[in-house]
Design a protein around this ligand. Structure first.
Ligand code: AMP
Ligand code: ZN
Length: 119
């Protein structure tokens, strides 16, 4: 069923606690944790507890939860004090764009200068 946990999904296992992560914030619908391979001083992932392959699929099926992910991304940036200097919210979508985990997630990047356009 749409949104149900997937046995082979790394981020579903982080939601269930089967894979450990350094949690930063949790809500009824989202989990935020440190990226294991940080690309900036602040690099946190915000994921929905429900499983959708990417942000667009999540937004189409569960718009309120997609909004929760976005709100939590801003909360995380404020908590990490990345909001004062600016931060970036990234949803890589598709392997060609660098997506490697097919459970929707927002990257929250900050704490250093961020070039535009990104590579
Ligand atoms: P993406 O490439 O957009 O799919 O992002 C996946 C992100 O998950 C990458 O930035 C990885 O460093 C990160 N990642 C992979 N495994 C883990 C893990 N066990 N805990 C935390 N972050 C992870
Ligand atoms: Zn999943």
């Amino acid at each position: 069923m749409a949104g149900e946990p997937q046995a082979d999904c790394l981020f579903c296992k982080i939601v269930s606690g089967d894979v450990p992560a350094t949690l930063v914030r949790e809500t009824d619908t989202t989990v935020a944790f440190q990226d294991i391979n940080p690309q900036a001083p602040t690099h946190i992932l915000v994921i929905p507890r429900v499983h959708y392959a990417d942000a667009g699929s999540l937004a189409a099926a569960e718009p309120q939860i997609a909004a929760d992910v976005l709100r939590e991304a801003a909360e995380v940036a404020a908590q990490e004090k990345a909001d004062a200097t600016g931060y970036r919210i990234v949803f890589n979508t598709g392997a060609g764009a660098g997506q490697t985990v097919f459970h929707a997630h927002a990257h929250v990047l900050g704490g250093r200068g961020l070039n535009w356009p990104p590579g």
